[in-house]
Design a protein around this ligand. Structure first.
Ligand code: GAL
Length: 415
């Protein structure tokens, strides 16, 4: 089977990671505070969109997912910068005139510094949802003539866990030790409500709008016999509960898949929901012996530059599972790997696309695949992991030719 003619081959990016100079974002000072490598001028995509467009065309893509930077569009509360909005409109128009469908994401981790000055509690404060709706409405009205595919939130759970759970993003709270206190009953519903309001607004504006989120999903496995319930608890919490909260306000299911995690039950009081979700990041923070002592497990798969296991064989079954649970069209909104890696991007793509194809053969209604990412970019604190089909200097990386051939033919070339 080839991929269907109508299948969308795309790439994803995010404003803060590629545009450069987003000094009004709350992340800008946060980088300094955390001692992160600075994002600086990133890929300079704010000024070099035409260069990016050339790459998108060279890859034969039919779709491009980018995000609009709230802190540029609304640099001060209630003051909208029309020249910024016009620039995003011009990008979408240029894409459209090349036959490339723009998918526009309204929130990809970065928020304006003023938002957290005015609402220091962030999404704990119900009124933030109104702020987001105001911004989204402004953007949507301007883009509506040229955009009808929308992503309200990128990885709401990763963002919320980072910002409210373990001090990774502003405002930097530590609430994940007991998510039942405020995280699940307050923060998540506020963001879900914001999604629903924006969903309604977009559909009032465009009855044919295609609206959803891009949800982080990992394949979850119990670390050992007896850990099944813990694995299920974590899967529900991290991957499914937000989708369930907005179940009737999604036209599609957007999935970001990178890896799998093993989950163990633990009695360590500070682990959320009595589980130890075996993320590579957690292993790094705890060190391997401590991680292992607490019940953490990794396996012998090749690892990427993020130290994530490469598990293509879990991808198709996961997609099929989400298809069965939610019965919505699916877009793979992100999938990719960081160099330096133990396998090449070409091998990574071949494995993941074959697995995806099997899921489609088994009935999953998948409409598109967006590779993360078009360019090497700012990986939230560091430029070391290189996720791009192109480098920051816009030279092709391994995998670019392969992906361009897939996008042109709808076939996976033989190895
Ligand atoms: C996702 C995120 C992207 C990118 C990618 C690779 O979680 O949406 O912004 O950073 O992971 O880590």
């Amino acid at each position: 089977m080839s991929f269907p003619k109508s299948f969308l081959w795309g790439a994803s990016t995010a404003a803060y990671q590629i545009e450069g100079g987003n000094a009004r974002s709350a992340l800008w000072d946060w980088e300094r505070k955390k001692g992160w490598e600075r994002s600086g001028e990133a890929c300079r995509s704010w000024d070099l969109f035409d260069e990016d467009l050339k790459l998108i065309k060279a890859l034969n893509l039919h779709a491009y997912r980018f995000s609009v930077e709230w802190s540029r569009v609304e640099p001060e509360p209630g003051r909208f910068d029309q020249s910024v909005i016009d620039r995003y409109v011009s990008w979408a128009r240029k894409l459209g005139s090349e036959g490339i469908r723009p998918f526009v994401c309204l929130h990809h981790f970065s928020e304006p510094a003023w938002l957290l000055r005015e609402h220091p509690e962030g999404w704990l404060d119900e009124s933030v949802s109104g702020r987001f709706l105001t911004f989204a409405t402004r953007v949507a009205r301007a883009l509506a003539p040229v955009v009808s595919d929308w992503v309200t939130f990128n990885e709401p759970m990763v963002f919320l866990a980072g910002a409210y759970g373990f001090h990774q993003f502003p405002p930097g709270r530590w609430m994940l030790t007991d998510p039942r206190k405020q995280f699940i009953p307050v923060v998540m519903p506020h963001m879900a409500a914001a999604h629903k309001r924006v969903y309604g607004m977009l559909h009032d504006l465009q009855p044919h709008a295609n609206v959803g989120i891009a949800q982080n999903v990992a394949a979850v496995e119990p670390a050992r016999p007896g850990d099944e319930a813990a694995a299920h608890t974590w899967d529900l919490f991290m991957h499914r509960s937000f989708i369930d909260m907005i179940r009737d306000s999604q036209d599609y299911l957007g999935l970001n898949y990178y890896t799998r995690i093993f989950v163990s039950k633990t009695r360590v009081p500070w682990m959320p929901l009595g589980t130890l979700p075996g993320y590579a990041e957690l292993e790094k923070g705890l060190t391997w012996p401590v991680f292992k002592m607490l019940g953490g497990r990794r396996d012998g798969k090749p690892r990427t530059g993020m130290n994530w296991e490469v598990v293509p064989e879990a991808f198709g079954p996961l997609v099929l599972d989400y298809h069965k649970s939610y019965k919505k069209p699916i877009y793979i909104m992100e999938n990719g790997m960081a160099e330096p890696s133990q396998i090449t991007r070409t091998e990574f793509l071949r494995g993941h696309l074959s697995s995806l194809k099997s899921a489609m053969q088994a009935g999953a209604d998948v409409r598109g695949y967006f590779h993360w990412s078009l360019l090497d970019n700012y990986e939230w604190g560091s430029y070391r992991p290189r996720f791009g089909l192109y480098t920051r200097a816009r030279r092709p990386a391994d995998g670019a030719d392969f992906y361009a051939a897939v996008a042109a033919s709808g076939e996976i070339p033989n190895g």
